[in-house]
Every structure is written in C-alpha cells, then in structure tokens.
Design a protein around this ligand. Structure first.
Ligand code: KIV
Length: 258
C-alpha cells in the first residue's frame, strides 16, 4: 500500500498513537499509518528518554491501538534492548509483538548494526520499517538530540545504511532530524517509501508525535514541529470550569441527575 502511494506520488501521513481512544480518532480521520512509537516512554509514561519502556508496555499500547483500527496500517516500535545484539531474541520479541497485539509491522532503529536482526525478523514474514538519522534509543552514544548527518562522513554512512535496509527487505524507512537535501537524495535513490520527521518536504511522507502536534506537550518545541492545536490550554480550561462548577454546586444540575 505505501509502495503504491510512493509510485503514485501520493504523500503518506503517519502519526503516533498509543491508546484506543486516540487511535480511533486517527483511523476515522483517514491517517495512513499509526506508529505505536516508543515515544510512549516520554509522552505516556513521563520518562526523559525512550530507553526505559518495556516490551510488555509496548504490547499493552499496541494492542489498545489495534482494537480501535479498521483501516490504517499499525507499526510498532521494538523497544530498546529487544533487538540489538541477538537476532534470535529479536525474532522472538517481534513474534510476541505480532501475536499479542495484532499489529501489521515492527520498526527498529539503526543500519548495518541491526541488519542481522532485520533479516531474521523478515524471515518469519514480519514486515520491518527502518529508522535512521536521529535514533533516540542511542541518545547515550551521541549525547544530544541535535540534527544528525550534517557532516559528510555521517551522511555517507546514512545513505549506505538506507540502501542496506532496502536491500535487506525493509518496506519503508523513517528518517529523523537530518538535512532536507540529504533526505531528498535518499528518497530519490530508494524505491521504498521514506517517511520524514524533521527531514524536510522532499520525502514520501511525514510523521509527528501526536501529543506534540496536538499541543498537549508544551516543553518540546523543535523547529520541525508544527502544532495544529493547543489542546493543553483547551483541556486545562475545561478542567478549571469543571472544578468551578463542582465547587459552586452548579454541576450536576436538575437534568444531570436521576
Ligand atoms: O517513537 C516515535 O515516536 C518515533 C517517531 C518519532 C518516528 O519513532
């Protein structure tokens, strides 16, 4: 489906989703792909990085999303520590995600280093999405969340890794926070769809973290983020109105009781 969209020149719209209620809204609104991202570690659990979230927690989020979805493709992030290093464990963990959630595909971060895991997961018939550029699970290797692959050497490795992931069999790749020109080059060279976040407009689709684009999170404001709403202010206002009504015994009224 995503490949056909790339061939037709139709852009792919992807958002993260972590729970039943929001996933239902996204699916009915017509989103193409819901990513059950390990950003759940930040926006749902309040951790500072994506590292602490567990496989069981990702399975809980993903199964909630899948129960809501009738048409979108659901991709689940494999959390930190579930696919690096040991490809047999990677396959066992990917199988758990597919069996226990009903999702359609998994996503994992990295290039050459994770190719053995990608190959083994694909051998079981599980579609894999790649993720290059800023890879938040490696935050302790890089030390910051700044733009990646500005230098020639890192850009060259990213291009090589993207080709490798395509040759290995990934059906799409997320490119996070890299120069727009580099992302454009990768999208032009590869046949599989390239989905960008902070990677400019010349790719095959875009992804944002739902809570960021809805303005629920306030403190995270990278340049690439467009806020489509200020839900934080709206929800806060509604809660304040409720508190006032309860305190004034204005809620419940005559019609709101039995
Ligand atoms: O976990 C996540 O939300 C992601 C997106 C930022 C692509 O991987």
């Amino acid at each position: 489906m995503l490949n056909a969209m790339k061939l037709r020149g139709e852009k792919i719209a992807m958002l993260t989703g972590y729970d039943y209620s929001f996933a239902r809204i996204l699916d009915k609104a017509g989103i193409d792909v819901i990513l059950v991202g390990d950003s759940a570690s930040n926006v749902m659990a309040g951790y500072e990085s994506t590292l602490p979230i567990t496989l069981n927690e990702m399975i809980y989020h993903a199964s909630s999303v899948v129960r809501a979805v009738e048409r979108a493709l659901v991709v689940v992030d494999m959390p930190f520590g579930t696919y690096q290093g040991n490809s047999k464990e990677a396959l066992a963990n990917a199988i758990r995600i597919m069996k226990e959630t009903g999702a359609h595909a998994v996503k994992l971060e990295g290039g050459k280093e994770v190719c053995e895991s990608v190959t083994r997961i694909l051998s079981a018939g599980i579609p894999v999405m790649g993720h290059l550029g800023l890879t938040p699970q490696s935050i302790h290797k890089f030390g910051t969340y700044v733009v990646r692959a500005r230098e020639e050497e890192e850009a060259k490795k990213l291009i090589e890794d993207a080709h490798l992931l395509e040759e290995t069999g990934c059906f799409a790749i997320v490119l996070e926070k890299i120069p727009a020109k580099l992302a454009q080059q990768v999208a032009a060279e590869l046949k599989i769809p390239i989905i960008g976040i902070g990677a400019g407009p010349h790719v095959d689709g875009q992804v944002l973290v739902l809570h960021d684009m809805l303005g629920i999170t306030q403190e995270f404001s990278p340049r690439f983020l467009r806020r489509y709403h200020n839900l934080y202010a709206e929800i806060s206002g509604a809660v304040q109105n409720y508190i006032t009504d309860v305190r004034n015994v204005d809620f419940p009224n005559e019609k709101e009781q039995y």
